[in-house]
Design a protein around this ligand. Sequence first.
Ligand code: COA
Length: 275
Amino acid sequence: MSTEKNFEHVKIEKVEEGNYAIISIIRPDKLNALQNQTLREIAEALETMEVDQSIRCVVLRGTKEFTKKPAFSAGADLSDRSSADLDPDNLRHQSHAMYRRHRYYNLIEAFPKPLIAAIDGYALGGGFELVLVCDISIASKRSIFGFPEIQRGIFPANGGTQRLIRNLGKMRVKRMMFFGEHYTAEQMFNWNVISFVVDDDKFEDFVHERASWLGNAPTNSLFLIKKSIDYGTQTPLNIGLQFEHMGYAINSRSKDVAEGISAFLQKRKPKFQGK
Ligand code: COA
């Protein structure tokens, strides 16, 4: 069970009544900056949650117990020296460095249940890229987004240049990545980059409410919606529509379909089991 694993960079909690789990990045002294270990632990925690039927939604966030400034994550840990096995002058080694990181982002993105990014504070660089591999993003108003890599002489290579362009026009993506400026949560919401922006004092309740809703929703339908959107849209339309044909067939065997329809006809609230 994920909750019994010994993670150093993340903390796992289960919210039983909401059928969801929380993965908190616990590196507050570095504003939750990401090392490969952090990403690996997130991916490993998610993998165990994939088969845990009591977890039907996951919230990824920065620790509530911040020591300096609130942060989801301030991006790649610029002080990290853990890739010492890679030769900085060997181009293939440097390409492999990115392969290592992409592997974790891809694993996180492929998690089959709803994954909510709950952002309170900085979401910069690799932290912003982590938001982009989640399904739903909820940000407090005080949150700050951006790609500061250009100011460090690097560029957003954890999927940033490729994933952000898929929900935002290239003039705005290049604006963000060329200048490395900070943006407010409201701007990101208005630009269609995040799902919700909420007042700071309502943030925790709102995250709990949305995670509980998804934790009590028909899990199979959510899985099929997620796969159809994430993978069906990477193909021509006629292939994408096949995801719906097959997804519909798979979902029809779900007990939650019968429950949803019966509840409607009986004028009562459905009780979905996630099966
Ligand atoms: N990697 C490693 N440490 C980081 C970090 C990062 N990406 N971001 C912040 N930290 C550390 C700082 O070094 C500092 O540590 P210290 O108190 O021991 O000196 C601590 O977190 C607080 O950061 P600080 O810069 O003092 O806070 P601030 O409020 O003045 O600024 C930021 C906050 C996020 C704007 C600023 O820290 C920053 O620009 N960080 C780098 C972001 C970045 O470039 N990310 C992309 C990396 S590719």
